[in-house]
Design a protein around this ligand. Structure first.
Ligand code: SF4
Length: 121
């Protein structure tokens, strides 16, 4: 159990570093990946709590720096790997995958206590 949690946090950390690298040094690759991305942001806010809760979220889980948010936030998710641990909430998917079978997002927002998330796109 602890091992699974540790591995997930490790993967999340590697993902954060990878996205930082990609948006700053592999812009062409990011553009190509975004062409493969399908779906729309449902504003669940889960990507703002990968590994830890973003310090720029306010008490309502809204992004306080939205207009000048980090590049890697603005283009999330870049690759299927980015949403590996968010598949029950994130409504994006990539070519080759089917659309996610999500529960009612409003319902999950309420039960998770994240009633308003940062808007990403
Ligand atoms: S990109 Fe949008 S839908 Fe996906 S986890 Fe982030 S807020 Fe939720």
């Amino acid at each position: 159990m602890f091992t699974g949690y540790f591995i997930q946090k490790l993967e999340e950390g590697v993902g954060k570093l990878r996205r930082f690298y990609l948006v700053h040094f592999r812009e062409d690759y990011v553009r190509a990946q975004l062409e493969l991305r399908r779906g729309e942001c449902n504003r669940c806010g889960d990507c703002c709590s990968i590994m830890f809760k973003c310090p720029h979220l306010d008490g309502d889980n809204s992004c306080t720096v939205y207009e000048c948010r980090y590049k890697q936030c603005a283009v999330f998710p870049i690759e299927p790997w980015d949403i590996k641990f968010l598949r029950h909430r994130c409504s994006y998917y990539f070519d080759g995958e089917g659309p996610p079978n999500l529960p009612d997002v409003q319902e999950t927002r309420n039960t998770a206590g994240t009633n308003n998330a940062a808007t990403h796109h």
